[in-house]
Design a protein around this ligand. Structure first.
Ligand code: SF4
Length: 474
């Protein structure tokens, strides 16, 4: 008699895996890859625990980046290495019954994401991390991973990893189990059927811990990558049991789940109204403003210490307060240590597609390097405001509207050189009408962090307006 075993797809999976088009039921993973097995274990555990409708699956960057095509749960696709940090955000934002899974490979978790996972574990977040260890970077073509074995050949360790040259493989489960907060740490294997059955129980246990609000659970899954290892599927399985498990022994490293007190992380509970208040750009009532004639693509540039960042952020906040769309994109870097710093501000009547300003129609140049750098990029008929206190030369272009404002001298006279950019900004506001000077004055008290500087910034606005009226108002 023949026994027919019917394999059922867990409900936690979508009926179709749309990644490859309608009607598809196969994943994007290579033949023999362990991700499909690991996914199925997770999906079955979700089914068994009845938590599908309250689970959020956080996918990493790596081969399993497309987890959201497979898991019929809430999904977040996280930036590289940050899944544990993103999962923390999900944990703390949703109500306490949510189940959050961070599913990460070794390059993602133990390479670029080492900081994020260590701190999530150390905080004892009530989440479950599944760590797929296949000792290689699969998606990007088989480079050495933090878990690559000594002697293992990869595209970036072609003669085999050596301790002297590349250091030792990192044992994440051992490291994490040494922290105080995690409650459950176990390493399992997909190398053989017995290992898979054990992994199934451990995966479910790790999720059960979260259901019981016990804290941080971490399951390392030794998983085959036949493509990266350049093996067939059977050899890849044998390589796990014969090589990988020798270096990364399977077994439980921590189980504090028998302790009586489940973890309860105090969470900030906010009403919708409080949240709206939190994200409001200021204490001011929004102002009705007329439509802008054209989208403002503003580049504010100068030395660090001239108030470039705070003034440009104020500009964006004023625009939002006037019910316009606005973005603010600061450009940091070595410039912040003495060179030129700049920020892009876009103000628009419509939703803004990109916050980057490459061809501004407004340039506020607070020092000579800024004018040198950005003058050519200004659109014809654009506006250029030059801090003539520090920039001796004239603007070379004759197709732009230029205003020379001794902003630094005015600011020094007021008593703070840091208000120079506010002076220039007031000139821009008065000349363009993109935001009103009154809105600037209303927004300054809530925007300036150091309250003793509020008055002097208000005076800087008045001084800029006065200069504009005396020299440029027609
Ligand atoms: S490269 Fe390796 S880990 Fe990535 S899908 Fe293929 S077999 Fe799986």
């Amino acid at each position: 008699m023949t026994t027919v075993i019917k394999h059922q797809k867990p409900s936690a999976f979508y009926d179709e895996f749309f990644r490859k088009g309608p009607g598809q039921k196969t994943t994007h993973y290579c033949p023999g890859c362990g991700h499909g097995v690991a996914h199925k274990l997770v999906a079955e555990a979700i089914d068994n625990l009845g938590i599908q409708d309250r689970t959020v699956f956080c996918s990493p960057v790596g081969c399993s980046v497309f987890g959201y095509y497979y898991f019929d749960t809430g999904n977040v696709q996280c930036s590289h290495g940050r899944a544990a940090a993103a999962a923390t955000g999900v944990c703390r934002t949703l109500d306490e019954d949510r189940i959050v899974i961070s599913y990460q490979g070794d390059g993602d978790l133990a390479g670029i994401g080492m900081g994020a996972i260590m701190h999530a574990a150390n905080r004892g977040e009530n989440l479950t991390v599944f760590f797929i260890n296949n000792a290689i970077y699969g998606m990007t073509g088989g480079q050495m991973a933090p878990t690559t074995l000594l002697g293992q050949k990869t595209t970036t360790s072609p003669r085999g990893r050596t301790a002297e040259n590349e250091g030792y493989p990192i044992h994440m489960s051992e490291v994490i189990s040494q922290l105080e907060a995690p409650v459950f740490v176990e390493r399992v294997t997909l190398g053989d059927a017995k290992g898979v059955m054990k992994a199934k129980r451990v995966v479910q246990k790790a999720l059960q811990n979260q259901v019981e609000k016990r804290g941080f659970s971490f399951v390392e899954i030794l998983s085959p990558c036949p493509i990266g290892w350049k093996m067939n599927s059977m050899d890849a399985r044998h390589w796990i049991t014969e090589k990988l498990e020798k270096i990364f022994p399977v077994g439980n490293l921590r189980d504090d789940t028998k302790e009586p007190a489940p973890v309860s992380i105090p969470r900030m509970k906010l009403t919708d109204e409080e949240l709206i208040d939190l994200f409001k750009s200021g204490e001011v009532e929004s102002v009705k403003a007329g439509s802008l004639l054209n989208e403002q693509l503003v580049k504010v540039a100068g030395f660090g210490g001239q108030g470039v960042m705070s003034a440009s952020a104020l500009l964006a906040k004023c625009a939002v307060a006037e019910n316009r769309h606005a973005t603010w994109l600061p450009s940091y870097g070595p410039e912040m240590r003495g060179g030129t710093a700049n920020a892009s501000v876009v103000i628009s009547n419509e939703a803004i597609g990109a916050p980057v300003v490459e061809t501004p129609n407004v340039l506020i140049a607070m020092n000579a390097p800024s004018l040198d750098l950005f003058e050519e990029s200004v659109q014809p008929k654009g506006m250029v405001i030059v801090n003539s206190s520090l920039i001796e030369r004239k603007v070379k272009r004759d197709d732009v509207n230029v205003m020379y404002v001794p902003a630094t001298d005015i600011a020094i006279e007021l008593g703070s050189v840091m208000t120079a950019t506010i002076v220039a900004l007031a000139v821009y506001a008065a000349a363009s009408g993109a935001v009103s000077v009154e809105t600037m004055q209303k927004m300054i008290p809530s925007s300036i962090k150091r309250k003793n500087l509020v008055d002097i910034n208000l005076k800087a606005v008045e001084a800029g307006l006065k200069y504009y009226k005396e020299h440029y108002q027609k």
